[in-house]
Design a protein around this ligand. Structure first.
Ligand SMILES: CSCCC(=O)C(=O)COP(=O)(O)O
Ligand SMILES: [Mg+2]
Length: 227
């Protein structure tokens, strides 16, 4: 059933890990830090630089703006950069481990050309795959899958995931033809955008994902064991 694709492009949330991990662990971890980051002038120069990109001087307005973006799950490129820096502490201190599905871990280890494309920043992606919950979860050591991943793309490097041009940009960066690539995601709009450049696509159906109305349009994968 592998269908002979040489290259696999994987979404993260809803595809290789549960949506609940992002909504119930990563986002709350971030929102708790926002008042301190904004109100107490972060001493970290990278964080200060990112905060300045919002172009909002008033601290209360800036805090409200950031929290509103998170509450509405807006895939804002500046927010996504900021989240990567905040999550770093959570992963590095051992407070956060990523519950990547066992079949996705095996798949990433087994395949030769694995690329990631997520709205989460490249920094956040590397942290996530560098701190994967092992099979003896939650107490065992975490796994680092980064050595098995050939490249990372986000909305800053490549553009919005629902726009076809983003997939054309990724193909150019990887240097492969569209028909060599299988893109897996839980979001039909992303699959349609990738399909429009000629990539093969597969709909990831995982517990807790949003229902998809026209599911018959897609090849469905409940896990990656047969791929
Ligand atoms: C890189 S983990 C952070 C996930 C995140 O912030 C996000 O918006 C997930 O979007 P995806 O494109 O992976 O569905
Ligand atoms: Mg997703």
């Amino acid at each position: 059933m592998g269908d002979g694709y040489s290259t696999f492009l994987l979404d993260i949330e809803g595809t290789v890990c549960p949506i609940s991990f992002v909504k119930d662990t990563l986002f709350p971890y971030f929102t708790k830090q926002v008042p301190q980051l904004v109100q107490q002038d972060s001493r970290d120069s990278a964080i200060c630089e990112i905060l300045s990109q919002f172009g909002i001087d008033d601290k209360h307005q800036l805090q409200a703006h950031i929290l509103e973006l998170v509450a509405n799950d807006v895939k804002d490129p500046i927010l996504k950069q900021l989240q990567g820096y905040v999550w770093a502490h959570g992963y590095e201190s051992g407070q956060i481990k990523a519950p990547v599905y066992a079949d996705a871990i095996d798949f990433i280890r087994r395949k030769d050309r694995i690329y990631i494309y997520s709205s989460g920043s490249v920094k956040a992606q590397k942290l996530l795959f560098g701190h994967v919950q092992g099979r003896r979860a939650p107490t065992g050591d975490s796994l680092d899958l980064n050595a098995y991943i050939d490249g990372y793309f986000d909305i800053n490097t490549s553009g919005k995931k629902t726009e076809t041009q983003a997939y054309a940009n990724i193909l150019q960066d990887i240097g492969v033809s569209a028909n060599d690539v299988l893109f897996l995601s839980d979001n039909p709009l992303e699959l349609d955008a990738a399909g429009a450049v000629g990539m093969a696509t597969g709909l990831a159906v995982r517990p807790g994902n949003a229902p998809v109305s026209d599911m018959q349009k897609y090849r469905v994968y409940k896990n990656f064991e047969d791929l």
